[in-house]
Design a protein around this ligand. Structure first.
Ligand code: RP5
Length: 162
């Protein structure tokens, strides 16, 4: 069963958003990936959001760049939690995307992540954490992932100064 939806405004967002798909796959979470544009395919956006809950989605990771309406508009049309990922834009390097997504007026929240790859990966890790609240085996997987990261950092060395 598909548990998480990953949507983005264009296939040009895939380079960034594939990082979310990769994390979910590594944790064995079944997700779907779709291009849904807020301003170019608004009817599809409404349909996607309106059917998300009944289709069993537990979270929607939405990435967009520029005047990034996608996460906010999805959140307006569904109570399924929306995790927004600002995609780097051509002229403003994603600061426009970030502000468009993060500055939701009170009442309709969008959880907003960092610009770019880190944001996409962290949105997926956040979705994993949400699902893990009711799935002990997933919680254990998440803890193992963190332990591995910790070991990597603890093993880091720095060059000697000559
Ligand atoms: C946004 O416009 C998309 O999310 C993408 O980040 C940006 C550019 O889209 P394309 O012109 O590459 O299709 O809607």
């Amino acid at each position: 069963m598909i548990e998480v939806g990953i949507v983005m405004g264009s296939n040009s967002d895939w380079e960034v958003m594939q990082n979310a798909a990769r994390v979910l796959k590594d944790f064995g979470i079944v997700c779907e990936t779709r291009v849904v544009s807020a301003h170019r395919t608004p009817d599809l956006l409404f349909q996607y959001a309106e059917t998300a809950a009944e289709r069993g989605l537990k979270a929607i990771i939405a990435g967009a760049g520029g005047a990034a309406h996608l996460p906010g508009m999805l959140a307006a049309k569904t109570h399924v939690p929306v995790l927004g990922v600002p995609v780097p834009s051509k002229y403003l390097r994603g600061e426009d995307s970030l502000l468009s997504i993060v500055q939701m007026p009170k009442g309709i929240p969008v959880a907003t992540f960092a610009i770019g790859e880190a944001g996409a990966a962290n949105a997926a890790l956040f979705a994993v954490a949400m699902l893990a609240t009711t799935r002990p085996e997933l919680a254990e997987q998440l803890l193992a992932f963190r332990r591995k990261q910790e070991e990597t950092v603890l093993a880091m060395t720095l060059p000697e100064i000559e």
